[in-house]
Design a binder for this molecule. Structure first.
Ligand code: 13P
Length: 291
């Protein structure tokens, strides 16, 4: 049985100075591919769904598929809901078997963000041990239904982070440090590594209270990723890169074998493309052999 929540995986990662990849999926077959890749290199892994795919296929179907796949997996696997600002939907996903939830109230005032995050934390505590991620500051770009234009990006203040963590009792903190969802517009986006270090020292200086999450994995340089891990980043979210790999593989199939109408072969090509992305990230994050 290898069902896990994100926090358990991230505490181990923070202590061990590596990070765990959190890969966004839109279908069950992508889940299978990602878990297969993690198993092949013995790495813990977090599967994430944004709100749209969770609504399309239902949290209940994702929950059942996750339970079956994780129970039969040789590595620990968590299922997380990504960037949800709807408290009722967060609760539904907890009930459906998601082991981690990100309540994203980062566009709200600090007071409302604390209140909404705490509401989800309190609900979850009565239901088992799912872990809750909250966001402080705002991450730029577009992720599913959340869109933040560059002028509205606000980085996370380390002292506010302590207050946010203390008052919500959340499990994992996603502080805005200049990373963004989607494709970066510049070759060297300005990522505030020192800010993450300060947040890490303020929040987790004495003991690990809330492991730190880095959003906007796609397009970060290897050097930046390594520096972020060194200062406490323990979960890296990757979505856009997987979407590109998935659709590009479908296009490639259609171009090369389209007239054969063989969906199993097309599935396989897409799974292989997704696995390649996952292998790349697991190696970069240092999570191989940590399963
Ligand atoms: P990317 O789409 O930039 O990889 O970001 C993913 C993410 O942070 C999901 O929450």
């Amino acid at each position: 049985m290898s069902i896990s929540n994100s926090k358990d995986l991230l505490i181990k990662a923070t202590v061990g100075k590596y990070a765990v990849g959190a890969f966004n999926v839109t279908s069950i077959i992508q889940m299978v591919a990602i878990i297969e890749a993690a198993e092949e290199v013995n790495s813990p892994v977090i599967i994430q769904t944004s709100v749209s795919p969770a609504k399309q296929l239902t949290p209940e179907l994702f929950g059942v598929a996750f339970r079956f796949l994780a129970q039969n997996s040789s590595v620990p696997v968590a299922l997380q809901l990504d960037h949800c600002s709807d408290i009722d939907f967060c609760k539904r996903c907890v009930d459906a078997g998601y082991t981690s939830i990100m309540i994203d109230a980062s566009k709200e005032t600090l007071k409302n963000n604390i209140q909404m995050t705490k509401t989800v934390v309190d609900y979850t505590r009565t239901k088992g041990n799912a872990s809750i991620e909250g966001e402080l500051g705002t991450v730029g770009g577009v992720e599913d239904q959340i869109r933040v234009v560059e002028s509205d990006v606000e980085l996370c203040d380390p002292l506010m982070a302590v207050k946010f963590v203390n008052e919500t009792s959340l499990d994992n903190l996603a502080p805005a440090i200049g990373t963004a969802h989607g494709i970066y517009k510049t070759r060297n986006p300005k990522i505030d590594i020192l800010r993450l270090k300060n947040i890490s020292e303020s929040v987790n200086g004495l003991s690990i209270v809330a492991p730190l999450v880095v959003h906007g994995g796609t397009g970060l340089s290897e050097l930046v990723v390594k520096e972020l891990i060194a200062v406490g980043g323990s979960k890296f979210n990757v979505s856009t890169e997987l979407k590109y790999a998935w659709i590009d593989a479908a296009n490639e199939y259609i171009k090369t074998y389209g007239s054969k109408y063989n969906p199993v072969k097309m599935n396989q090509l897409q799974m292989d493309a997704a696995k390649k992305v996952v292998f790349y990230w697991i190696k970069l994050l240092g999570s191989a052999k940590k399963g």
